[in-house]
Design a protein around this ligand. Sequence first.
Ligand SMILES: [Zn+2]
Length: 120
Amino acid sequence: MSETWLIVKYLLIAATAVTMIFVLRARRRQHGEWLKQTAEMEVCEHLRPALSELMHRGHSLRRAELVRLSEEDLTLEIHVSPGFDAQEVYAAAKLEPPALVSERNVLYCKECWREIQGQD
Ligand SMILES: [Zn+2]
């Protein structure tokens, strides 16, 4: 194999690696945007002040997922990082029932089946 061909081959490999980095970054950014939109759209009015408070404090969204609790019941879980003291955020965001704090340190709305939980 000629030396020129070897150089071209390594340059192509390097270009592919650089392209992959940009593609992965773009995908991560897209996913972040999707998470933000989904969380803002799907969080209920009772928990919205807590989500705003957490975003204001610099927490970041990690996941938003529907979790099946039973045949008929689904709950939307919004996971933020880092973890937080749910009771303290409840007070700071001036939440009221039906929003509550569970014994699992999770903010949840028993009327709308939504919850916000921290993860480290
Ligand atoms: Zn609600």
